[in-house]
Design a protein around this ligand. Sequence first.
Ligand code: GRF
Length: 191
Amino acid sequence: MKKFSGKKISTAVFISGRGTNLQSLINFSQKEKSPIKIELVFSNDKNASGLKRAKIKKINTYYQISKKNNILENELIKRLNRRKIKLICLAGFMKILSKNFIKRFKGKIINIHPSLLPEYKGLDTHRRVLENKEIYTGCTVHHVNSKLDSGKIILQKKIKVLKNDNVKSLAKRVLLEEHKIYPKAIIKMYS
Ligand code: GRF
């Protein structure tokens, strides 16, 4: 893959938890071929261990502790604007963003989901895949619109469900593929 020439795209990653996809994006962003520079990691949970991954790499972090279900989007938008964020990667981010927020960053928000969308939108995908005795599953990187897990698909990876798979083993194998396709999807977007 060739070196990315041009100004790198100021990127924010939104997380809620352990942040293994964030880690894969951090690793990717440090390569010459990467079109992105991660300028901000946002979490809706102060204790998300993914925040530590960002701090280790000296990436700016910001979190909110929201008692209600909502995050304070105005404050978040201010910070995104300050850093001229042009791409937002949701990586295990468990909050629903408002229509307003999505409109404000139209075409600039992408997400990774652990299923072959449009199949198995929402939570608990691996359990449902196993219960339905699917032969294949996988993961999808897609644009975010106002409907859950429904935006235009950028890239998917299909894998076989193995006979002995349980939720844990399947989640583990899908996650390995997630770590590969998120960077690939970003390359595809900007090439
Ligand atoms: C991943 O499986 C992702 O597809 C889903 O949430 C999980 C987050 O894992 N949306 P991590 O925090 O990136 O390790």
